[in-house]
Design a protein around this ligand. Sequence first.
Ligand code: DLL
Length: 439
Amino acid sequence: MTYLDANIETAPRAHIRGMQLEKLKKQVAWVYARVPWYQQRFREIGIRPEDIQSLEDARLLPFTDKQTLRDTYPFGLCAIPLDEVVRLHASSGTTGKPIVIGYSQRDLDTWSDCVARLVTMAGVTRADRVQMAFGYGMFTGGFGLHYGCEKLGCMMVPAGSGNTERHLMMIEDYKTTVLISTPSYAMHMCEVGEAQGFDWKSASLRVGLFGGEPCTLGMKREIEGRMHLVCTDNYGLTEVNGPGVAGECLSSCEYQHIAEDHFLWEVIDPATGVVLPEGCEGELVLTLLDKEAFPLLRYRTHDLTRVITEPCACGRTHARMAKVRARTDDMLIVRGTNIFPSQVEDALSGIERLTPHYRIVLDNESGMDRMTVMVELRPEAFSDSFEEMDRFRHHVVDRLKQALLMTPVVKLVEPGGIERTFGKSRRVEDNRRSPGGAL
Ligand code: DLL
């Protein structure tokens, strides 16, 4: 097994916890001394940095969330002089102003270490040639993975997002061995390649590093089979640096190891904020343990997962989070029924004649919520017989009805008919005038 730093990655759990506590105390003192927003919140709750004497005491600390970053936009949470900030990244979000995050030089070094660790977990070495298909803008995916791989010593090919034909040419000409993209873009690249007669089997790619959006096991298997590579999934979010928070090793495809020397995790009940026992599903909350510029304590990610600390076959001792499939805020309320897009995805993934591409469209033109699920047929499933297609459509409706406990409208779309994206895919289009709320 190859580790980037075995001392850290396979440290006894008691050692990891000890290191976390030491860093937590320092981080709390750091934010309290430097950020007025935290000083005020600490006063309101009635705590002082000295009250943090154990990791459990983290529960005394205030939560932060996207709203905190909006309220203090753009630099209100910055804990260092702005002339020591060397980079900004931002996340667009779906509503309102973007949130912005700054990094000191040391923050960037830590971030690159986290990324170098996760790519090593996926079997990437300095001998690899890495083709980047994430964008290099304010999004953290491109720069984050770029510098982490470069730190490892890989040959970076900063192709960026889009222009699929050029990507295929680069694989062929530069013999790249690793592809970094969202899983949905990898799928698109695969389809475009197949349509052009690109020979994935003899192509040089051997590893796919996917992240930025959920990747189901079905999708992973499909991409691995069609592109002839091994893929792993990594998780992160702009507010907490970007990619590098957690990554999948080659031993457990359902979980990702959290870089616990840099992030303290908790899982809470999203409705009450109460911390749940280990292994229970809830909302992931992360505290950055050594961030200089934009330190976030107890950041509510809205991502639903569960975390376990059982030993992993790879020998790493850092806790593992189950792959994120849903967010508390992507729950849709349709005619009073709570629906997560991941439930739709699970129901569709068992139907062989469909591609993994789908879209959920909501409207209430008639005064009542209507949910339409657009599903895409595989080329071999397409038939001229109206009866046969209608029978199949009914079959899809039945499967969704069983999973969702409500009956959606199903529209069959011809192969390639659902729009592909270069970055994160957009699964839900909510056109309702006053949509049901989210958690
Ligand atoms: O997506 C950071 C990132 C870039 C991670 C590239 C990995 C690779 P944001 O744009 O701020 O940052 O979006 C963060 O995306 O809260 C999750 O809901 C979702 N997400 C990110 N990675 C995964 C993943 C980046 N591997 C939000 N699986 C997060 C499932 C993911 N969801």
